[in-house]
Design a protein. Sequence first.
Length: 91
Amino acid sequence: MTVSLPTLEWLLAWREPVLTAGQVLLIILLVWMLQRLLTRCVTLLGKRYPQLPAELLSPLRGLIGAGQYVVAGVGAFGRLGAGAVMQLAPG
């Protein structure tokens, strides 16, 4: 039984989809890491300044997460070529 390595033509044919998928995964990973960092900063801010109410910090963490997921979605759709569709959307 022999195993054949991928040929150069196969690699060239799949280069663009693999690069696009890698870029989308990188966007998602970076946004996830940034969200973890910012929510940790908000938590440390709440510990450092105990006079800040928890009712303020909890929605702030949620807004940070929601905003970053929107940015990640726009970035991922932009890499996938749907940016022109989003620019033409009403509103």
